[in-house]
Write a protein that binds this ligand. Structure first.
Ligand code: SF4
Length: 408
């Protein structure tokens, strides 16, 4: 896979060495067991896959290069480039401005932009409406485009099945930048509706089967369907694509569920179901799959707690947390700074969107075993800093050098 020129501050020579070692031993990526870092009283089980994905590295490389190559120019990002506060703050410190926040609220009025300005499209991509807006302002919308190719692949799939007269069901968070962009691209080709989870998929199914009167659809899915969506006509032939960072297992479950509903409704079999249900399995992003499978591998191990590092508004990170917290106490932290002491931690409760302050953290036993992973927009340097901080609680910082020598 292509390598990117990412600022060195985001790298960790230690984590890179560990990842390279694992890659050499398992080129086909079949082994999802964690890397065991045994420090005696502290044992850290590091996920097989975590951290920056292709799309994030690509976006970071383009954004920082654009800043370096355009001194004196005003540079804007449509919104947060990726959902990591450290990377976004570094760009802000270099003078880059965000036009919108992650919810789509305007921070810089469009009228303030001029044709001389540079506007960078983030890794999630953007809507066709915003592309048109930029064009009308004299700014070439795709000149500085960091849209991830794996997101574009979803758009292409939606377009392809749309051209075959399938309605597109997008499994995604309706307010997320990527889902808004995918919805925009898809609805330009075909009727499109967004479902955020299995519960909404079940609601949608009642309109496919005709169990519910069609009028209910428009209030239940307000803001989530394309203009002119006709419930009777547009739910007869469908395909499911996703926001690439959703739980892969949930997307698959939703697709399987809708497929079964369609088969029952139209008395179809596995042989002819494609007449009304499009196969879209190849749109799942490799990084989401790898990172989530690595957490499944982590969870096979006995441990006392899990730490997941990433931006609090990062969708892919919150899904890793969701997987871990089913099995054991899980702390979602944005950096090592949140680990205040062995018995004190600040951590994010993504269900209620609030930061919690907990005073029981590391159990008073030895050894303590911790599962550790991070989201696709989290620099490896932060994961290394978390390992260092945990070691400091046991006066074991010196072990870091031994570890580095092991993987050198
Ligand atoms: S998670 Fe996947 S789709 Fe999203 S930016 Fe990374 S590689 Fe691209």
């Amino acid at each position: 896979m292509k390598t990117f020129n990412v600022p060195i501050i985001y790298r960790s020579p230690l984590i890179t060495a560990i990842k390279n070692r694992r890659k050499q031993q398992d080129r086909m990526k079949k082994d999802f067991t964690p890397t065991v870092l045994d420090f005696g009283p502290l044992k850290i089980l590091l996920a097989r896959h975590f951290g920056f994905c292709y799309g994030v590295e690509n976006a970071i490389e383009i954004a920082f290069r654009t800043v370096d190559e355009n001194p004196g120019k005003r540079i804007f990002l449509l919104s947060e480039m990726i959902h990591n506060p450290h990377v976004n703050n570094d760009l802000l410190a270099k003078g880059v401005q965000f036009i919108m926040d992650t919810a789509g609220k305007q921070l810089v009025p469009w009228e303030e932009l001029t044709p001389e300005d540079i506007v960078i499209i983030p890794a999630f991509g953007t809507t066709l409406e915003i592309e048109s807006k930029l064009t009308s302002l004299g700014i070439a919308p795709l000149q500085y485009n960091t849209t991830c190719p794996f997101v574009e692949r979803v758009w292409n799939k939606a377009e392809q099945i749309g051209q075959q007269s399938y309605t597109v069901i997008v499994h995604g968070k309706p307010g997320h930048e990527e889902t808004r962009a995918t919805f925009s691209h898809s609805r330009s080709n075909t009727p499109t509706v967004v479902v955020k989870d299995m519960e909404e998929a079940r609601e949608l199914a009642t309109f496919i089967t005709g169990e519910r009167p069609v009028d209910g659809f428009y209030s239940l899915f307000k803001g989530q369907y394309s203009e002119g969506f006709d419930v009777t006509r547009d739910l007869q032939r469908v395909g499911v694509v996703n926001q690439t960072t959703m739980l892969a297992t949930e997307t698959q479950a939703i697709a399987d569920y809708i497929k079964n509903v369609i088969m029952d409704r139209y008395a179809l079999s596995a042989e002819n179901v494609s007449e009304r249900f499009a196969d879209t399995r190849d749109t799942l992003c490799y990084a989401t799959n790898d990172n989530q499978s690595a957490v499944t591998g982590l969870l096979q191990e006995e441990a006392d707690l899990a730490i997941v590092v990433g931006g609090y508004n990062s969708s892919n990170t919150s899904h890793l947390v969701e997987l871990c917290e089913v099995k054991l106490p899980t702390y979602f932290i944005s950096s090592d700074e949140k680990l205040v002491a062995a018995n004190e931690v600040y951590h994010w409760d993504f269900h209620h969107k609030q930061e919690l302050h907990s005073l029981s953290f590391l159990p008073a036993k030895e050894p303590v075993t911790i599962l550790l992973t991070s989201g696709a927009s989290c620099p490896d340097a932060l994961v290394e800093a978390v390992i260092r901080k945990l070691l400091s609680f046991y006066d074991l910082e010196y072990k870091m050098e031994e570890l580095a020598a092991t993987f050198a």
